[in-house]
Design a protein around this ligand. Sequence first.
Ligand code: NAI
Ligand code: MG
Length: 498
Amino acid sequence: MTTALAPGADLARNPKVRQWLADHRPVLLIDNEWVPAKSGKTFETINPTNGQVLSIAAEADRADVDEAVKAAGRAFTEGPWSKMGPGEKARILRTFAGLIEANVDELAELEALDNGMTLATAKAFISVAVESLYYFAGAAQQIFGQTAPSAPTNFNYVLREPIGVVGAITPWNAPICANIWKIAPILAAGNTMVLKPAEQTPLTALRLGELAIEAGLPAGVLNIVTGFGPGAGSAIAEHPQIDKVTFTGSVETGRSILHASTGNLKRITLELGGKSPNIVFPDADMSSAVATSLAGFATISGQVCVAGTRLFVQQDVKDEFVENLSTFAAGIKVGDPLDPETTMGPLASKEQFDRVTGYLDVGRAEGASVAVGGEVIGDQGYFVQPTVFDGVRNDMRIAQEEIFGPVVSVIPFSDEYDAVLQGNDTTYGLAAAVWTRDVSRAHTVARRIKAGTVWINTYLELDPTMPFGGYKQSGIGREFGANWYQHYTEEKSVFLKL
Ligand code: NAI
Ligand code: MG
């Protein structure tokens, strides 16, 4: 049964998801209360499989962000969060992780309905999110300060303290993962936060908020404001009582957040886009290189910041590689993400569909040839075929601009020097891969490529133990890794005269 406020409940197959959508009202999470936007404004979130309205979300603006920041500020300065020890915080984060695991089917379907990724992909990303949450729960108890060497007349030490109120602005391509990758380290380091999920995919963030409350997260620690970039997003970026902003999204928005941060000199972490080189040498394990390169540009319909969308293949083996890759790509079953047979769902939004199909035209106009794909599928929803462009030069737009769809540009190279030169010829530097059985070549290329992550004979692997972030215009700062806490804490030097 649907009401005007639950237009898309019937799209759900899981009865719990249907009920959740039927019951859902457009609300924000502020101070552990579910409240409408002060303006009463709402917006629609669309199901990308059929282009119809899935649900209605509250449209936060500056006034709502203000309330959220006040709540986060209180939880930080007065407690309870700042008064809890790291062990107690860790226990809540572990309970939260357990609740996500217990609700994985429901969360995966909600993610698939809002974003368009397949159920299997959603579950895989949720398991990555859960692992990260457990990792940071443990890490909450590992943030050590230092005792400094000092004269016998002094006892000097360094404290590591949380920064304060953190604003987190996230994208729509892998919402649960993106949101947990902000929530987990921010809270583990002892901060409180205001999360703004992307307007295209607000639903699973709200469900995560419910689970966080169920896990015992105290009021004000995690506030969730759904809304648009120019409204809620820029209010966070500019807010004088927000101490740090961490953002994942486009370079353009990253730049405007950096500008906005100058008002109160916020700490900033930016995880931006990429146009990552995936370099295949002739001595590589070709069957593995082909299959993994396909996943490298087609996972979540290619809407992945680290996607390997510039595929450099040594010229002697390039034609055979393109042939095999095209055969594999043609075998991808594009369709309804809730259908278990489907291996690729639609693009997440109309805007993204227009952008990707626009680049299919650009590629053809630039003289690249379509080895496979290149067309839209059906007349409803935002489906495009996985597409391999052959005959691409590295200076073409389809080789330089982030398309954020299942589209790869194959570019030939002559030797190792040429591969590195072309691979680095981009304004981005998020990730790269090299395929070879030659150990020296693998490590040499890994060192020469200017990217925050380099994969050797693999792709798309991420681990909370490994730093993640970009060189050049792919971002500022790193998340995860052994030094993760440096990005969410301040150092304080304490001098004591004995
Ligand atoms: P976007 O960067 O504009 O949106 C990401 C988030 O930023 C959303 O939550 C949005 O509401 C917010 N935002 C937008 N403008 C803002 C502002 N002025 N101040 C504060 N927050 C703001 O990305 P968009 O427009 O959705 O996608 C455009 C392109 O960006 C994509 O086609 C893709 O190339 C790239 N992108 C890269 C992502 C990544 O993971 N690195 C994720 C999403 C998009
Ligand atoms: Mg935008």
